[in-house]
Write a protein that binds this ligand. Structure first.
Ligand code: SF4
Ligand code: SF4
Length: 176
């Protein structure tokens, strides 16, 4: 099946490795699909299913995340970037995308105060049209940092347990 791209994407609280997403995004982009297309979610799921298993109960979560990822891709391409593959670097010898350390924002609890964006030294968050905040670049998050969680008064931000990182330190877990 050639050399398909591989992306680790954070879906419903867990990282999921997906094949062929970059190719799918490119295909959709060149055929003129925009983030405003009503059937974008369906097209993305259909494309992803060609190379990946998508569990039925998680379909909506996959769709939401893929639409969000395509929005980023689309913005990068329309902003003039031909290539949007990003190097997130490494952490303790592991590709950063293999370390599931990043915030999760509860849309219900977020009041749109923007404090998380103020304290975050990276471009992890983006403000949505409804004023709430979402995580758009989880792997830019600094491993071990918790600034945004501490700054969020309504406790809308969750971070993983710090102990989880122990398994990735000092080569205790091999990159897969
Ligand atoms: S700090 Fe919390 S409530 Fe404020 S915008 Fe960020 S996630 Fe939402
Ligand atoms: S944990 Fe730190 S680096 Fe990560 S998103 Fe929050 S403030 Fe930004």
């Amino acid at each position: 099946m050639g050399n398909l791209s591989y992306r680790m994407i954070y879906i419903a609280g867990a990282p999921a490795g997906l094949l062929g997403v970059d190719e799918l995004f490119n295909d959709l982009f060149v055929t003129g699909a925009t983030p405003r297309d009503e059937n974008l979610g369906e097209m993305l799921i259909k494309g992803v299913k060609k190379h990946n298993f998508v569990p039925k109960p998680a379909l909506k979560d996959y769709q939401d995340v893929l639409v969000r990822e395509y929005l980023k891709y689309y913005q990068a391409r329309t902003g003039g970037d031909a290539q949007v593959t990003r190097d997130y670097g490494q952490w303790e010898g592991h590709p950063r995308e293999h370390i599931p350390w990043f915030p999760t924002v509860s849309e219900e609890l977020c009041n749109g105060c923007g404090k998380c964006i103020e304290v975050c030294p990276k471009d992890v968050f983006q403000t949505l049209e409804n004023g709430k905040v979402m995580v758009v670049e989880p792997f830019l998050c600094i491993v071990g940092c918790c600034f945004c969680k501490s700054a969020c008064d309504p406790k809308a931000i969750l971070m993983p347990q710090r102990e989880m990182l122990d398994q990735y330190r000092h080569g205790q877990k091999r990159a897969t």
